[in-house]
Design a protein around this ligand. Structure first.
Ligand SMILES: Cc1cc2nc3c(=O)[nH]c(=O)nc-3n(C[C@H](O)[C@H](O)[C@H](O)COP(=O)(O)O)c2cc1C
Length: 301
């Protein structure tokens, strides 16, 4: 059996393809979209076919589908086409059960603010309300609605929306930066899964400010190591250049290693290739990349 299951869309039932796609294209941000019908009835529904595509001017898009079975168009879609406006509200962990309730197939005359218990607040530029519980709210105007393969039935749509005003809860700013832990956003995955961007789930990866040397420039014994992971190798491959040998820096590096308990007494000897792999593994995990390279250059190359 192959390591990979090969799937051609169209060969499997649409509902299965839908769940596979949604499981692999994940986690997706969730837009809680507030609209008004042309008669002024409020509507609120979550959309995870959602993302930002430009920031100057800010442009986002949502993807309301047309139900394959019934051919029914989403109220959100109709309202945006007819009025040209919506608000998009980010979804926090605390709001998840309520947005799930708002996603029920209520008829167009039902106000999902009332059903979900979420609270409307007046917008500044567009007519649809914002959602008070959301810490990040965008007022949007429709730029273009693009049908996707309409002749098939059950197709999707892309609605491109320009963000004309953003409202952010002051409490979300720490040192004038939006703090992900404070935001506590959730995202949608496949089936009934959601994921929460919080705690250990949030981490930082510093992108090199230069073009890294790349995996192909790593010494072969390191690149083919059974111990070092792709993440550890990527940290080594992210340096601007491989340092030159230097006896003084070698001595300093050994002193520095003597202060790292995980390395034991290994710093006292001339490490062999396997010991060097172990040392480099410890050093890359703790982001001591310069030191890792110093040892590689002095003892491995
Ligand atoms: C978290 C979540 C994300 C959803 N994302 C989408 C989506 O991207 N596109 C879509 O057509 N339906 C999506 N749905 C389903 C709609 O929310 C649901 O069909 C809703 O009844 C539409 O409401 P409306 O007709 O008032 O617009 C999602 C449901 C949930 C719970």
């Amino acid at each position: 059996m192959s390591e990979f299951r090969e799937i051609t869309p169209g060969d499997i039932p649409h509902r299965d393809m839908h769940q596979l796609l949604l499981s692999g294209v994940a986690p997706r941000p969730i837009a809680l979209v507030s609209t008004l019908s042309k008669d002024g009835i409020p509507n609120l529904a979550p959309y995870s076919f959602f993302n930002a595509y430009a920031s100057n001017p800010p442009i986002v898009a949502i993807g309301p589908a047309i139900a394959a079975a019934t051919g029914k168009v989403k109220d959100t879609y109709t309202n945006i086409v007819e009025t040209g406006e919506c608000t998009i509200n980010a979804v926090t962990f605390a709001m998840t059960e309520q947005i799930s309730l708002a996603s029920c197939d209520f008829s167009p005359e039902v106000d999902e603010f009332v059903k979900s218990g979420l609270n409307p607040i007046e917008s500044k530029i567009v007519r649809p309300a914002r959602v008070k519980e959301s810490p990040f709210q965008m007022e949007c105007k429709l730029i273009q609605s693009i049908p996707l393969m309409r002749e098939r039935g059950g197709n999707g749509n892309i609605m491109l929306l320009e963000v004309v005003k953003v409202h952010i809860n002051e409490a979300m700013f720490i040192n004038d930066r939006l703090d992900p832990q404070a935001l506590d956003l959730v995202a949608r995955m496949g089936y009934d899964y959601y994921c929460r961007a919080h705690g250990d789930g949030i981490f930082e990866v510093f992108k090199p400010k230069w073009n890294g040397i790349g995996f192909d420039a790593l010494p072969i014994f390191i690149r083919e190591s059974n111990l070092l992971t792709g993440a550890q190798l990527a940290k080594l491959a992210g340096v601007k250049e491989i340092p030159e040998k230097n006896e003084d820096l070698k001595a300093l590096a050994l002193i520095e290693c003597s202060k790292i308990p995980e390395l034991g007494k290994i710093y006292k000897i001339q490490p062999n290739i396997h010991q060097l792999e172990h040392i480099v593994s410890v050093l890359t995990d703790t982001d001591r990349i310069d030191l890792a390279w110093r040892l590689l250059v002095e003892f491995g190359m």
